[in-house]
Structure formats: C-alpha cells, structure tokens
Design a protein around this ligand. Structure first.
Ligand code: BJ8
Length: 424
C-alpha cells in the first residue's frame, strides 16, 4: 500500500480524491460481488485484481516503462491491439464505468453527454486514474460524435491519436479502414522505435486470439443449464481482460473454465435451473459498471451473456492466423475489426442477427437492451432491435440509464415486472 501511494504520487495522482474513489469501490464490491453464494474458486483471482485495482498492474506498467517500453491506452474495441503488442508496447483498455468521475467531467463537457465519455474524461481531468497517467499515448476513434469531440479536449492534456472508423462497411469504408490500420502501425512504430515485422505480428495475433478463444469458451459455458457462473462474474472476467496482461489473462480464464466444465458436468449452478435467463445487449459496461447485472440477478434471474463490446463483440471473431506477408496480415486484421457490429455503422443489421442468434444460443428467456443515457446510436438502433426480436418472438425490455444510483429503484421495478412476464 505504501508502495502504491508513492507510485500514485509519482504519477501525479490527486491522492485525496483518489482515496475517496477507492474508498467507495471496496464496499460496493463487497455488496455486489462478495455477497454471492457458491462462486467458482477461480473468481478468487478477480477478487484479488479488484482489491488491488490500481496497484500491481500499474507497477507492472511502470516496470515496463522504466525499461523503455511504452503503454498505449484505448477506449474502444476498434483499436487493433495486435499492433501494439507486436511493437513491444502494452495496450490498456481504460475504465470508463464509474459515476465518481462524471461530475468532474461535467465541469467541462455538456451534461447531456453519455456517462461513458464523461467518466473517462473525468478520470483524466481529476487525475484519479493511474492507468491513464501511465500511458504514453491515448488512442481514440471516431465512433461517435461525443467521443470525437472529447478526444480533442483530452489532447490538450496528454498525447492523443484518433483512428477514423468509417460509418459504412462498403468497399470505400473498408478501404478507408485498411488505410487507418496501416497508419496506426506507423504511429506505433514511431512511438516505440520498434519495427513491426510479419513474425512479430503473427505472434501477437496468436496471443490475442488465445485470449479471445478463452473468453469464447467462458461464454459457451454460460450456456449450460443451470448456469455455472453468475452474469456478474462473467461480466467482471470480460472487464478485467481489457487491462490485464494477455498471456496471464488467457491462463486465468482457461483455469476458470476448467472449473466451470466440472461444475457444468455435475449440473451445479449458481442459480436454480428454472431461473429466468437474460441476455443483455447494447452499450458496453466498463469496470466498475455492474449496475444492471446486479439489479437483474438480485431479482432472481441470471445474465447468460452480453451482446456488447465488453462481451461478445470483443471476442467472438478471431483474426485468421494465416501468417504471410505483413500486408496480408494487416488486411486480415482490418477485415476482422470490420466485423464488429457497433451502432455507429449504418446500416447495422448484422447486429440484429447477432442478438437473435445469441438469445437462442444462450437459451435466453428475454433480452434487456441496455442504453447508456444520451447515446443516440444505440437508442435509435433499439427501435430496430425491438422489431427484430418481436418478429423472432423474443421478449425485450429497453432500459436507458446512467452510472448513478438515482434510478435504481425504478430500474428494479421495471426489471422485476419484465421477469414476471418472462416467467409466465
Ligand atoms: S465499437 S460500442 S466500444 S464505440 S455509449 S461512447 S457509442 S455515446 S462505447 Fe463503443 Fe467502440 Fe462502438 Fe464498442 Fe458513444 Fe454511445 Fe457513449 Fe459509446
């Protein structure tokens, strides 16, 4: 702990504010996570990670930096992390799921901005995140207008590079995106002073695919009846994968899956076999955003998957490990990332197909469409989601919420009413 405080001070953290942030996290985690019964032993690792959330991993990043290594921070699953690893740098997905930093951001950003944007910006403005303080470059993207404009302001405080994500997935959009991937490779090479060779890129691709496969395995295990792991724990595993070391993370997820395999074989679940099964779909839930899952599972249902960027959109598709020339690999990477069905694209009907497929695969009794407040792309796309699920005969509840607890009671009431309907 003393070590941590010294490290945070060296990183320019506002220690008083940071104490308040961490002081709130512990009790919340205890209430939401540690109160769960019969959790898999493998979740012990994740309890440890959250218990020292700004400690060990930040020390690892600093060790890497002392040896001349670079840390590259990201906010979106569109940034191709394979290129970062291949250059010997470490990518870190920044948290943006805390209400704590929202009021700090509102001193600058319009209040009617999505909480994910405000939370991430507030972490920097308030100097309470050692991950953002540790990063040598923040990589943004043009997925939505709020983020684009936030990155411009963020760039006054720390180096920011923005990748242009097209709005359409036709040949022109794909050509633009391929160019962006090549340009990103150059940016990372310049930052690190390391050349990204075909061999290094193939190795990085194998590593990142390994983690995706482990997370896919976990998702497949969540399909068992009764569910061998809670949705809250499943979500946490996905959240931690954004900033943990890729090799260690793969090992820990696979170790957890070995245990869940055993549980599934024994028919041992964390909820009764008849508990309603819910698929959550929509905006990503960055750590420590556990609000909706907690409401759903406190009402007796189990969340069996997330059609989300902190969920299936992040790990379902692999980069083909074809090897070959650097250009061939860069094309394979660009193609893989264009399979992410974010609501920033028009049209984005593949996402509708994904939600229906996942609802069936997970044997979900209903879907809760999760919309972060003021996120227009997901809110508008919910209209089509509702139509598509209606045609498929899958019950849907649309919720729009933020990170505060102000609407928790109302949310609970709506979720409970939905579960009643689903149970009939
Ligand atoms: S690929 S979902 S991680 S952009 S919720 S900030 S869209 S106003 S997070 Fe996302 Fe990449 Fe898309 Fe995935 Fe804007 Fe909406 Fe906020 Fe959002």
């Amino acid at each position: 702990m003393a070590d941590n405080r010294q490290l945070w001070a060296e990183l320019g953290i506002d220690l008083d504010r940071h104490d308040v942030l961490l002081g709130g996290l512990g009790p919340a985690y205890k209430e939401i996570y540690l109160s769960q019964k019969d959790r898999p032993r493998g979740m012990g690792f994740y309890d440890f990670v959250v218990g020292d959330i700004h400690g060990i991993r930040v020390h690892e990043l600093q060790e890497h930096a002392k040896e001349g290594g670079k840390v590259v921070a990201t906010y979106c699953v569109f940034v191709p992390e394979e290129l970062v690893w291949a250059a010997g740098a470490i990518p870190v997905g920044l948290c943006a799921g805390a209400q704590f930093s929202v009021p700090i951001a509102e001193e600058v950003l319009p209040r009617n901005t999505c909480p994910l944007i405000k939370s991430s910006f507030g972490f920097k403005l308030g100097r309470v995140c050692p991950y953002v303080q540790s990063s040598h470059l923040i990589v943004g993207e043009t997925t939505c207008d709020g983020k684009k404009k936030m990155y411009e302001i963020l760039g006054r405080q720390q180096p920011v590079y923005v990748m242009e994500v097209p709005n359409k997935k036709g040949p022109l959009g794909r050509a633009l995106w391929y160019g962006e991937v090549v340009a990103f490779k150059d940016v990372i090479e310049k930052l690190t002073g390391n050349e990204i060779t075909a061999e290094k890129l193939a190795e990085a691709t194998r590593k990142v695919n390994g983690r995706r496969l482990a997370l896919k395995r976990l998702q497949a295990l969540r399909q068992a009846t009764p569910a061998p792991i809670s949705g809250k724990d499943g979500l946490l595993v996905n959240q931690v994968s954004f900033y943990d070391d890729v090799t260690r993370n793969t090992q820990m997820v696979n170790a957890l899956c070995d245990e869940l395999d055993q549980r599934a074989a024994e028919g041992r679940g964390v909820f009764p076999a008849g508990a309603p099964r819910i698929l959550v779909s929509g905006s990503p839930m960055a750590i420590p955003n556990w609000k909706l899952h907690h409401v759903i599972e406190s009402a007796g249902a189990v969340v069996v998957g997330e059609e989300s960027c902190v969920g299936t959109r992040c790990f379902e598709d692999l980069v083909p490990e074809t090897g070959g020339t650097l250009e061939e690999q860069l094309r394979a990477i660009a193609d893989r990332y264009m399979q992410i069905h974010c609501a920033c694209f028009t049209p984005n009907d593949e996402r509708l197909d994904d939600i229906i497929r996942l609802a069936r695969e997970t044997k979900a009794d209903g879907v809760v469409h999760y919309n972060l407040q003021f996120c227009q792309t997901y809110a508008s796309e919910a209209v089509k989601v509702e139509e598509a699920l209606g045609k498929a005969g899958i019950p849907l509840l649309r919720v729009e919420t933020d990170y505060s607890d102000e609407d928790a009671g109302q949310l609970r009431t709506r979720v409970e009413a939905f579960l009643e309907m689903v149970r009939r």
